[in-house]
Design a protein around this ligand. Structure first.
Ligand code: TNX
Length: 518
């Protein structure tokens, strides 16, 4: 009888409390992306002037990151030692990439089997602290965290953002700020779209004209810019300190006007075109039949691979509308073989899947719509048939440069019109391509293309809050609730993030479909 009552109560609770739902049990959390499970306890831990952050060996750097993130807002010293009231421990994880976080009145403990898991746990803990924790000036607040236990791990191993630094160039400081912005959301890859018709943004020592000529422009003029190899290494290292891996993209054989303008021999007629500052796509192509093209690829890919500690090298392959089908297939086979010889795993936009000669394990990035158009699903499945996996970036929900609504200044509308926050959240990665199973999805990525965006504030305004939707789809377990219930739950947690975005100084759009706090 008593047992029946308990079950009934639990059922009632599950029906009335908010999602996300784990194993049929309702969970209330303010953390975003939603953790796998959270159980609240009694009392609270209060961080004070004398709190020490503990972390030994590989945990020490994460402990130092956490201390650094909190020193400005608390005004406390927060020394890092081998043991402290807040302890980071390398031990076990509930699943790869995950962590457990225990908050009790006597202390806080984060445990994971790797530093990346500890870092994810630290991001959760930052959200459990008062919003002022994200500020840069000392705040007089009670630094308490309510007792709780969180067990958490990511759904997908690749959780990405992409930044187009080719259409408009973004300085190193801007890229670092964007890295900090996405680290908060447990994203772990930043794909840099480094080359396009409007600019070549990475110094290649063996091909100096790429940046001498090819980096001098951007959309609508105003000069361009590029990263020296030292600056690029600085970005890679900064990202690594946030457990984010940089994925460099050198787009080819289309989207190459900047390279073609720098090296005449890459053109079939040997004549370099003028630099380009418009926003058309699909008019340029490397010359497929010339050996100079492949000598160029060897040089570029060799240097980019040497600058890349991460496993991936993105070779583009999208929208090559000025390349014949036969030439495209010839080119992709040769370019990906050169890429694979550099030791990296190749990523290509889904068009690359038209080739049946990809190096084993090549990753496809899908950018058509949530309901696939034309042969795009088939091209994407071709990567799986060749032993690879897939990153999902459906343009109508995951492209952050789309307008939010018809009145948004800037932004584009081509991907099924404007994209609201609701639309960016209410889709399910495993349902986009029929026949693509969960284990073949490497992850999800939110690209931001910059034809109309020039400043970090503009990037943030278009990214936030839609990038939070994509981060949650990438990290959190599939939520079985109705669309309305899922968005209500997500919206409430997004609203909890609002004062934190403001304290951190992240520009965001106050979308009307989100129940903001003010
Ligand atoms: C499509 S999708 C592109 C980019 C544009 C973007 C604008 C894809 C791989 N390529 O060249 O910048 O749309 O939204």
């Amino acid at each position: 009888m008593r047992r029946a009552a308990v079950v009934l109560l639990a059922l009632l609770g599950a029906l009335t409390a908010c999602a996300p739902v784990e194993n049929g049990t309702a969970m209330t959390t303010t953390v975003i992306p939603a953790p796998v499970s959270q159980t609240d306890g009694e009392g609270a831990f209060t961080l004070g002037r004398d709190t020490v952050i503990g972390g030994e060996g590989e945990a020490a750097a994460v402990a130092e990151y956490f201390a650094q993130s909190l020193r400005p807002a608390t005004g406390y010293d927060l020394p890092v030692g081998t043991s402290g009231e807040i302890q980071l421990v390398i031990g076990a994880s509930p699943a790869p990439g995950g962590y457990t976080l225990d908050v009790e009145p006597g202390g806080i403990r984060i445990e994971a089997d790797a530093p990346a898991g500890l870092f994810a746990g630290v991001q959760t803990l930052r959200q459990l602290l008062p919003p002022a924790a994200f500020g840069r000036e000392p705040a007089e607040v009670d630094w308490s965290v309510a007792s709780t236990r969180i067990e958490d791990h990511p759904r997908f191993e690749y959780r990405g953002a992409m930044l187009d630094v080719a259409r408009h160039f973004f300085a190193v400081a801007d890229v670092k700020k964007y890295i900090d912005d996405i680290a908060m959301l447990k994203l772990n890859y930043l794909h840099l779209h480094l080359t396009d018709d409007q600019g070549w943004r990475l110094q290649i020592l063996s091909r100096p004209e790429l940046t001498e000529i090819g980096a001098s422009t951007q959309v609508d003029g105003g000069g361009g810019g590029y990263y020296t190899q030292d600056e690029y290494r600085e970005i890679v290292e900064f990202a690594a300190s946030r457990f984010i891996t940089i994925v460099p993209e050198i787009d080819m054989p289309g989207h190459t006007n900047a390279a073609l303008s720098a090296y005449p021999e890459l053109n079939c007629d040997g004549i370099a075109p003028q630099p380009y500052e418009g926003i058309e796509v699909g008019f340029s192509s490397l010359c497929i039949g010339k050996e100079e093209t492949y000598a160029f690829l060897e040089d570029v890919i060799g240097e980019v691979a040497a600058l890349t500690p991460g496993p991936f090298l993105h070779l583009g392959g999208d929208e090559s509308l000025a390349t014949s089908d036969e030439d495209f297939l010839t080119f992709i086979a040769r370019a990906t073989a050169i890429g694979a010889r550099s030791g990296k795993t190749i990523i290509g936009w889904h068009e690359m899947g038209r080739s049946a000669e990809l190096p084993a394990g090549t990753i496809g990035q899908y950018w058509s719509f949530v309901r696939p158009q034309g042969g795009t699903a088939e091209h994407t499945l071709s990567f799986v048939e060749q032993g690879g996996r897939v990153i999902l970036s459906p343009a109508d929900v995951a492209y952050l440069d789309m307008k939010y609504d018809p009145t948004t200044d800037q932004g584009l509308v081509w991907a099924n019109g404007p994209t609201s926050v609701t639309e960016s959240y209410l889709w399910e990665p495993a349902e986009v391509i029929r026949g693509l199973s969960e284990e073949h999805i490497l992850g999800v990525e939110a690209p931001i293309w910059t034809e109309t965006l020039r400043t970090i504030g503009e990037l943030e305004y278009f990214a936030f809050p839609r990038i939070v939707s994509i981060a949650e789809l990438a990290w959190s377990a599939q939520n079985p609730g109705t669309a309305g219930a899922r968005f209500d739950d997500f919206g409430a947690r997004l609203a909890s993030l609002q004062p934190r975005l403001e304290a951190e100084g992240i520009t965001y759009y106050k979308a009307p479909d989100v129940p903001w706090r003010d």
